[in-house]
Ligand binder design. Structure first.
Ligand code: AMP
Length: 213
C-alpha cells in the first residue's frame, strides 16, 4: 500500500503516519525528518536546506526529489510506504506521477489555522531520536525529557509563532492545491482532525478500510 498524508504543518501528519505505518508494517518517509537529520549532521543537503527551513520556506523541489527517490529505492519500501510531508508542491506530485508511482490514498488532515497556531506552540521534539510530544495532547511522562531516550526535549526553531504563520501561508499557496490534484485521481480522503490522536486515527483507519474493501 502506498499512502500520502497531506495537511498543514502541525496537523498531525507525522503522528498519524507513524500509527498507520505500524499497523500496516510499512515505513513512514518524512522529508522533514530526513532534512532535520541532514542539518544536524551538516551534510551538503543539510547545509543547503537549513536557511529555507529556518525561515519557514520550502526546500527546492530538486533537493527533495533526490532525497525521496533515494529513500524509495531502499528494500524496506518494496511492499509499500507512507509519505509524510511530501509531495508538498504540484511539481513534486507531478514528478512522482511521471515516475509511475500511484497512491492508494492521499489522506488530507483537515484543521483550521487557528487550531494549528494553538497546537504548534505546545509541540516539543527530541533532538536525539526525533520523537514528538505535545505539552497538552500528548505530554511526555517526565516533564521536558524524551520518554524514549531521556534526552531534553526542544521546541523546533520553525515552530515559533512568526515562522508558523509563514509556514501556513506557504501551505495554502503551495501544498493545498495538491488536494485537487489527488481528488482528480480519485484518491483524496479528507479526514477531520479535531479531537485527540486516537479518535483521528480511528477515522483514518475507517477511511483506509473502506478503501481496502
Ligand atoms: P515538516 O517537518 O514536514 O514540517 O518539514 C519541515 C521543513 O522542511 C519545511 O518547513 C520545509 O522547509 C522542509 N520540507 C520538508 N518536506 C518538504 C518538501 N516535500 N518540500 C519542500 N520542503 C520540505
Amino acid at each position: 500500500m502506498k499512502l500520502i498524508f497531506l495537511g498543514a504543518p502541525g496537523a498531525g501528519k507525522g503522528t498519524q503516519a507513524a500509527l498507520v505505518g505500524k499497523k500496516l508494517g510499512i515505513p513512514t518517509i518524512s522529508t522533514g525528518e530526513i532534512l532535520r537529520a541532514a542539518v544536524k549532521a551538516e551534510t551538503p543537503v543539510g547545509l543547503k536546506a537549513k536557511s529555507f527551513m529556518d525561515t519557514g520556506k520550502l526546500v527546492p523541489d530538486d533537493v527533495i526529489l533526490d532525497i525521496v527517490m533515494e529513500r524509495l529505492a531502499q528494500p524496506d519500501c518494496r511492499s509499500g510506504y507512507i509519505l509524510d510531508g511530501v509531495p508538498r508542491t504540484i511539481a513534486q506530485a507531478e514528478y512522482l506521477d511521471q515516475e509511475g508511482i500511484r497512491f492508494d490514498a492521499a489522506i488530507s488532515l483537515e484543521i483550521s489555522d487557528e487550531e494549528i497556531t494553538a497546537r504548534m506552540t505546545g509541540r516539543r521534539s527530541c533532538p536525539q531520536c526525533g520523537a514528538v510530544f505535545h505539552l497538552i495532547s500528548d505530554p511526555p511522562k517526565t516533564e521536558c525529557t524524551c520518554d524514549k531516550c531521556g534526552e531534553m526535549l526542544v521546541q523546533r526553531t520553525d515552530d515559533s509563532a512568526e515562522i508558523v504563520q509563514r509556514r501556513l501561508e506557504v501551505y495554502h499557496a503551495e501544498t493545498e492545491p495538491l488536494k485537487a490534484f489527488y481528488k482528480a485521481r480519485g484518491v483524496l480522503k479528507p479526514v477531520e482532525n479535531l479531537e485527540g490522536i486516537a479518535e483521528t486515527n480511528a477515522r483514518v483507519m475507517k477511511v483506509l478500510e473502506l478503501e481496502c474493501v
